[in-house]
Write a protein that binds this ligand. Structure first.
Ligand code: G
Ligand code: G
Ligand code: MN
Ligand code: NA
Length: 250
């Protein structure tokens, strides 16, 4: 089921669904936005999580088509539920690094932005396996940034060339990988690792999002260490975007 042909057929049948997970403001514990997480609603296998199929989509290149379809689906859902959106809502979308080299991402994103004027759009680029360092990719990122799309460096702390990318790409947010959040409260060494990740982000003057927050102890630590935003099972599990927007009320 991970062949290119099979996944393209699934795309045509609209089996890839945007789920959303809330992102919380650490200070007032209000929802400031959400991250879109793709799910495959397979007719016989049920809901398949992205780590199962994203790598196959990336290596076959169809992630580009699937992401363009995802942008259209998100746009439609946001238009239907526009009355549910709070002001200054942040919507974060994962983009595969190679996709930055595709000029069509800029035209697609431009039309997305024109149709979703009330939200702040963030593209999350992972620094795990991030070797998309070409001039073309940087140019793409700058063009998107000129459309007022912000960038988050995802899985922060797991890559090998963090600062190289922070220098070259127009990054506004970093997301501390959940492997670091898991270490909070465990032992002294783990503690120092987390503190260093936080202080590096702060010294670079970036907004910090912690992901994979599961316990009150982690939440308190992140609050006490001035981490701006938090995401994790402690607050909300990912649900279909449309349901998520319904829970926002008014
Ligand atoms: O939801 P889950 O934890 O299984 O997500 C696994 C990974 O898949 C996450 O790291 C996330 O960044 C990635 N991912 C989720 N949705 C998308 C998507 O639409 N596009 C890309 N490129 N990656 C995604
Ligand atoms: O790669 P990325 O960080 O974008 O992936 C986010 C993934 O982490 C999603 O697949 C989501 O389902 C998962 N996730 C979200 N919150 C938590 C959490 O609190 N704990 C764990 N273990 N996974 C989480
Ligand atoms: Mn992400
Ligand atoms: Na991540």
């Amino acid at each position: 089921f991970l062949s290119k042909k099979y996944m393209l057929r699934a795309m045509k049948k609209n089996e890839f669904i945007p789920f959303a997970q809330a992102i919380m403001d650490t200070k007032n514990k209000e929802i400031i936005g959400c991250e879109i997480l793709l799910r495959w609603k397979h007719p016989t296998m049920g809901l398949i999580p992205p780590n199962t199929f994203i790598p196959a989509m990336e290596s076959s290149g169809i992630i580009i088509k699937v992401t363009h379809q995802l942008l259209e689906n998100i746009q439609k859902t946001l238009q239907i539920k526009a009355h549910k959106l709070p002001s200054n809502f942040h919507l974060s979308i994962n983009i595969s690094p190679d996709h930055l080299e595709d000029p069509e991402l800029v035209t697609r994103s431009k039309s997305f932005k024109e149709n979703c004027t009330s939200i702040t759009t963030i593209f999350e680029i992972t620094e795990r396996n991030f070797n998309t360092d070409t001039k073309i990719a940087i140019k793409g990122a700058v063009a998107l940034n000129n459309l007022n799309i912000l960038f988050a460096l995802d899985d922060f702390g797991t890559g090998y060339a963090t600062h190289h990318y922070l220098q070259k790409f127009p990054v506004s947010y970093i997301k501390i990988d959940r492997s670091f959040i898991k270490m909070i409260g465990l032992d002294a060494i783990s503690h120092h690792i987390v503190e260093n990740v936080v202080s590096l982000s702060k010294s670079l003057n970036l907004k910090v999002i912690a992901e994979g927050v599961e316990t009150e102890e982690q939440a308190k630590y992140l609050h006490d260490n001035n981490v701006d935003y938090q995401q994790g099972y402690l607050y909300h599990r990912p649900v279909p975007l449309s349901d998520f927007l319904d829970t926002l009320g008014a």
